[in-house]
Design a protein around this ligand. Structure first.
Ligand code: FE
Length: 197
């Protein structure tokens, strides 16, 4: 659990914002707008995008070609946001998203990153021993499935497109979206059908 920011850190932040403002690089209004976009974002938007991609081939094609456009089509405000790449899980490859340097995360789409995503333990261990980290989440990746760890950066954010689980044939987009969690959208969990295991 992250500690609340200290007075020293808040004072440093104020100085940084003042310096960036003085150089004309950012305005208070832009910061406020960016915070408002993150406040409006939610993993439910990503879940709807995945559910739609599972059921609509045209939307799937858009999602894989242009993540930002697909997010805008799902109601996210992506203006000024970094590029959004989508990593498709397959029977032979699982994707795990991490920001090894800090906490880059598709905030415009999924909202604020969870505390563990920003932790030093996750950022270092996800790269060194992804299979063990996933197992601690209860996410068992078969030994013959490659795990590809992808670094989220200031310029490029990533979201995972999980595989559609068996037993969801005929489900509506809404019902499909209900099993896609925030954690599944960065690859630490898999969508689960209740009673399937
Ligand atoms: Fe980062």
């Amino acid at each position: 659990m992250a500690a609340p920011p200290s007075g020293v850190n808040l004072a440093l932040l104020d100085k940084l914002v003042a310096a960036l403002s003085a150089k004309g690089l950012v305005t208070e209004a832009e910061i406020t707008e960016r915070q408002a976009i993150t406040d409006r974002a939610s993993p439910e938007i990503g879940a709807r995008m995945v559910a739609r991609a599972w059921t609509d081939p045209d939307y799937y094609a858009l999602l894989m070609r242009d993540g930002k456009a697909a997010a805008e089509a799902a109601g996210a405000s992506m203006a000024g946001a970094p590029e959004l790449g989508v990593l498709e899980n397959t029977p032979s490859q699982h994707h795990l998203v991490v920001c090894t340097l800090c906490s880059c995360y598709p905030r415009a789409l999924l909202g604020y990153p969870p505390g563990w995503y920003k932790s030093f333990a996750y950022r270092s261990r996800a790269v060194r021993e992804p299979r063990a980290v996933l197992a601690e989440w209860g996410t068992q990746i078969p030994d013959d499935m490659e795990i590809r760890v992808v670094d989220s950066t200031a310029d490029y954010r990533w979201m995972v497109l999980p595989m559609r689980p068996a037993g969801t044939e005929g489900w509506s987009v809404e019902k499909l979206a209900s099993i896609i969690t925030r954690d599944a959208l960065v690859g630490v969990a898999l969508p689960r059908v209740a009673g399937s295991d």
